[in-house]
Design a protein around this ligand. Structure first.
Ligand code: FDA
Length: 460
């Protein structure tokens, strides 16, 4: 068993862990990043499948995501805008494709008025929420005890309005059925993007992409750390005390003063802690779970929908693929569509054979773009539910009642063990921006803790 000693051990080479490691290095501390997979990036993964470059994980950058934008600039990466010229498509309860422009779906004037009214209420509630501390709102307990679906249905009897309002934080973001999480969790999701209106505005939330793929952010961060990033090193056990930690993988022991667990909180229980984590952490970690969505990539010989005056942006709370976009790569002659199949719909299609699933999903895309959508030259489904070191997509959120009960302790360190991940961010929650923010925050907290401890000599 090889053994190394560092000031800080970081578990997980995703955006959060690599950001923290770079900050700590800059502060003069020695680090080791242990990564279970054979690659860095975690939920950021840009790969070439059958000759097509695909963003298998996260990809979009929105204008409010300052931490991510700063990282992109600092790393010398370039961005480009998502294609959005032309009409969007909405499939309503009649099953027909309706073209529209702007943010409001082409629904009846009555339904439009209901959506506008409830959006106004939601924007007002979201403005009262601090995304870093949603549990501190005076109504937090009440808002955490009603499901997102039940709250919306208490506001109106208009089913089409409810479905359209629900899916922004439901299928499209938390990727869980809307009866399974609370109004408070939904308000946090919206507050993390600045407002509910921002969250439903595709031109805002899905604004830009990085030329060559967003995985370059973690790849370049890892490059700077060189041999201090160790791949194929799943941390199996972590002994901890006030004097520090000893972590072991299958063939390595790392001694360090501090540890950062920089991965989805649902994976903490993959590590044996000695002594066990405290009661509070044992309880709270059980109230978090990953959402589930299939990201579907369909590449065509050309972006044929543009010839029909379509932007590629498509929505329907009635379709298997509830949203889809033009995802053509920068400078690529071929056209790529990306669609999403979420929560219970994703469970359902995984009951089918791969061929039947593909057929059903492409059929759904054809309802937006016409029959040509059924014949891509490359087809791929990102299935993060099968990834041992992620187990779902996009991220983890609390069950009904869990956020106000446990949220405040999610980031609380336990002895020398600190926590960082997009799944515990305020601004940028469940996004790369949030992962980077949490990476910066945890590094600053460790630097402060060291200073308070009298800033001992670096041990690495
Ligand atoms: P992340 O999960 O990325 O990294 C944790 C790392 O820890 C992993 O590499 C894992 O292997 C490792 N690990 C876990 N346990 C370990 C152990 N015991 N030992 C060693 N290593 C261990 N965001 C966005 O901003 N825009 C977008 O468009 C999208 N879209 C999107 C699509 C899809 C399909 C997914 C899955 C996700 C997104 N996201 C997104 C979300 C975004 O990708 C995500 O929030 C961040 O990349 C998470 O970064 P973290 O570093 O917090 O965790």
């Amino acid at each position: 068993m090889a053994e190394i000693t560092r000031d800080v051990l970081i578990v997980g080479a995703g955006a959060a862990g690599l950001t923290a490691a770079n900050d700590l290095r800059k502060a003069g501390l020695s680090v080791a990043v242990l990564e279970a997979r054979d690659r860095v990036g975690g939920r950021l993964w840009t790969d070439v499948i059958d000759g097509a470059m695909l963003e298998i994980g996260g990809q979009w950058v929105s204008p409010d995501q300052d931490a991510l934008k700063d990282a992109i600039e600092e790393l010398g990466l370039e961005t480009y805008s998502r294609y959005r010229e032309g009409d969007s498509v909405y499939v309503g309860p009649d099953g027909q494709a309706h073209r529209f422009t702007g943010e409001m779906f082409p629904v009846s004037p009555e339904t439009e008025a209901v959506i506008a009214r409830i959006t106004g209420i939601l924007d007002a509630l979201v403005a009262e929420i601090d995304p870093d501390k949603p549990w501190e709102h005076p109504n937090a307990a009440e808002w955490d005890s009603i499901s997102w679906d039940a709250w919306l249905r208490s506001q109106t009897d208009d089913d089409e309005a409810v479905r359209n309002l629900a899916f922004a934080t439901g299928s499209a973001m938390l990727t869980k059925p809307t009866h399974s999480f609370s109004l408070l969790q939904s308000l946090l999701m919206a507050a993390s993007a600045g407002s509910y209106s921002n969250l439903v505005d595709a031109d805002f939330i899905l604004d830009k992409r990085v030329v060559g793929g967003l995985q370059q952010v973690p790849l370049r961060l890892a490059e700077r750390l060189g041999e201090d990033v160790l791949l194929n090193q799943p941390v199996r056990s972590l002994e901890w005390s006030d004097d520090g930690i000893v972590a072991t993988t299958d063939d390595l022991t790392v001694r360090a003063r501090y540890a950062i667990l920089a991965h989805a909180p649902i994976l903490y229980n993959r590590i044996s802690f000695v002594p066990p984590l405290p009661r509070r952490q044992h309880q709270l970690h059980q109230h978090l779970s990953m959402g589930f969505v299939i990201k579907v990539h369909a590449v065509y010989d050309r972006p044929f929908w543009r010839e029909q005056g379509l932007s590629g942006t498509a929505f329907s709370p009635y379709e298997l693929s509830h949203e889809a976009y033009d995802n053509t790569n920068h400078g690529d002659e071929r056209g790529t569509l990306v669609g999403f199949v979420s929560d219970a719909n994703a469970d359902g299609v995984f009951e089918l054979s791969a061929e039947e699933r593909k057929e059903r999903i492409l059929e759904s895309l054809s309802h937006y773009y016409g029959p040509e959508a059924k014949n891509p030259v490359v087809y791929y489904e990102s299935d993060w539910g099968s990834e041992e070191w992620t187990r779902g997509a996009y991220a983890a959120s609390f069950d009904l009642g869990g956020l106000h009960r446990y949220g405040a302790d999610l980031r609380t360190p336990v002895g020398p063990i600190h926590f960082a991940c997009s799944d515990m961010a305020g601004a940028g929650y469940q996004h790369v921006d949030g992962a980077i923010r949490m990476g910066h925050l945890v590094a600053a907290n460790i630097v402060d803790a060291r200073r308070e401890a009298g800033a001992p000599e670096s041990i690495g």
